[in-house]
Ligand binder design. Structure first.
Ligand code: AMP
Ligand code: ZN
Length: 113
C-alpha cells in the first residue's frame, strides 16, 4: 500500500527537509499551524504510536531526540515548543504514518480543541 510519508522518506515525493539521519527524516509541514511546524518521522513505516512495540523502543527514543534537535536547530528551544503525536480518529491523525509535530514560534493554547 502506498504511504505519503514513506514516499517522502524515500524522496519519491519532495519535501522541505530540515534534517535527516539513519532512522528519521524531518521536514516542514505543508500547512503550518505555527511559525515553526516540522514533522519528524521514522523512516520505518509505523502507522501510529499504537502500532509500536518494545522492538521499536530505541527508534522512538531516537525520534524524540531528533524532534528536540529540530527545535534547537530552528531556534525555538529557548521560547518553548510542543511535540505532538496525533493518534487515530479522535486524536485527529490524518496521515497514517507515525509523525511527531514540532510546533513553536508562538504561545500555544492548552488544552487543544
Ligand atoms: P496529522 O493530522 O497529525 O496526521 O498531521 C498530518 C500533517 O501532515 C498535517 O499537519 C498536514 O499539513 C501535513 N502534510 C500533509 N501532506 C504533507 C506533505 N506532502 N508535506 C508536508 N506535510 C504534509
Ligand atoms: Zn509510511
Amino acid at each position: 500500500m502506498s504511504c505519503l510519508f514513506c514516499d517522502i522518506a524515500t524522496k519519491k515525493i519532495p519535501a522541505k527537509v530540515v534534517r535527516e539521519d539513519e532512522y528519521t527524516i524531518a521536514f516542514h509541514d505543508i500547512n503550518p499551524a505555527a511559525p515553526t511546524h516540522v514533522l519528524v518521522i521514522p523512516k520505518k513505516h509505523l502507522t501510529s504510536i499504537s502500532d509500536a512495540t518494545e522492538a521499536d523502543a530505541a527508534l522512538l527514543g531516537h525520534l524524540m531526540l531528533a524532534a528536540k534537535t529540530v527545535a534547537q536547530e530552528l531556534g525555538v528551544q529557548d521560547g518553548g515548543y510542543r511535540i505532538v503525536l496525533n493518534t487515530g480518529t479522535n486524536g485527529g491523525q490524518s496521515v497514517l504514518h507515525l509523525h511527531a509535530h514540532v510546533l513553536g514560534g508562538r504561545a500555544l493554547a492548552w488544552p487543544p480543541g
